[in-house]
Design a protein around this ligand. Sequence first.
Ligand SMILES: Cc1ncc(COP(=O)(O)O)c(C=O)c1O
Length: 370
Amino acid sequence: MEFIDLKSQYKKLKPCIEARIHAVLERGQFLLGPEVDELEHCLAARAHTRYCVTCSSGTDALLIAMMALGVGYGDEVVTTPFTFVATGETIRLLGAKPVFVDIDPRTYNLNAQLLPAAITPRTKAIIPVSLYGQCADMDAINQVAALHDLPVIEDGAQSFGATYKGRPSCGLSTVGCTSFVPSKPLGCYGDGGACFTQDEALATRMKQIRVHGQDRKYHHPVLGINGRLDTLQAAVLLAKLEIFDDEIVQRRRLGSIYSELLSDVVTTPFVETHNTCVYAQYTIQLENRSTFQDQLKAKGIPTAVHYPIPLHLQPAFASGEVGRGSFPHAEAAAERVVSLPMHPYLSEGDQRNIAQAVREAAAGAWKCRH
Ligand SMILES: Cc1ncc(COP(=O)(O)O)c(C=O)c1O
């Protein structure tokens, strides 16, 4: 059994993917070809934004967005410690300081009520992360940001396709960023990402930054990066977009079934009623996680931990200011969360077997404690 089954998706889409790739190979325009333009139009329409600027990865999307907003040395950027390293890493790469705010323990997303206390005159931006496929509380975050005239960058690497109060992830704030790494709900066959915005000037700056800051060939008004999306990856994404809506329906269905089967034995995901979740991960919480993982592994069921160490406890982020105990909800989650196989091609039988194994292992873990 695979944690994420990309082969079944490929089988289903083979003719379409191969035709798209073949067209790129025949044309020979491998960087910023017409497929990139076409993809940006499709993605912007989905995110309900005027602009989409694709780029080389979700990490580079965050970097490009922050560079375009002028984040730099000595600035502070408020974010969550319970995320993939890229969220904090890109802040640090620009010479800025990540200022962490604890999470809401139910959703694992940044707790907007704690935000005002984290804002200082040095704050330059706020980066909530829409973890596991569910949007952060964007209205509450945008409200605090507006009071301080701050931009909000939604790290939607895991939530493209999700909605918040009926509006799509990545179209909910100053900039939305996403990732197309193969394991994401919408993934390509390598690295890829995108930035979304309604702001024309910001979109123009982001487009320049993704190509070494150039506004025309060999003329560079600002510093940038080599951050283009390959045309071949755009072609793959265009093919996958044809079934993306169906895949989201299936992800949501599988998420509900898992929760029905498991909510009496482990802590299952809490999805706000105003949200729809794309379950980039289906993540439960329990004690004795490593024993639990070993028991599932013995039955051929892979699991993963997203993420075992919150950023403020990572050696690369160590500072004298915050340490263990600073963000108790993030720390507790990091010790207890574990993700189960989740992808749109998970069969009913496999899902039932996984649920049965989880029930048995969770009961065993319970027995160990009593
Ligand atoms: C929350 C979050 N932010 C940022 C990233 C970075 O995306 P990428 O791996 O495409 O650089 C990821 C993906 O791995 C992620 O999950």
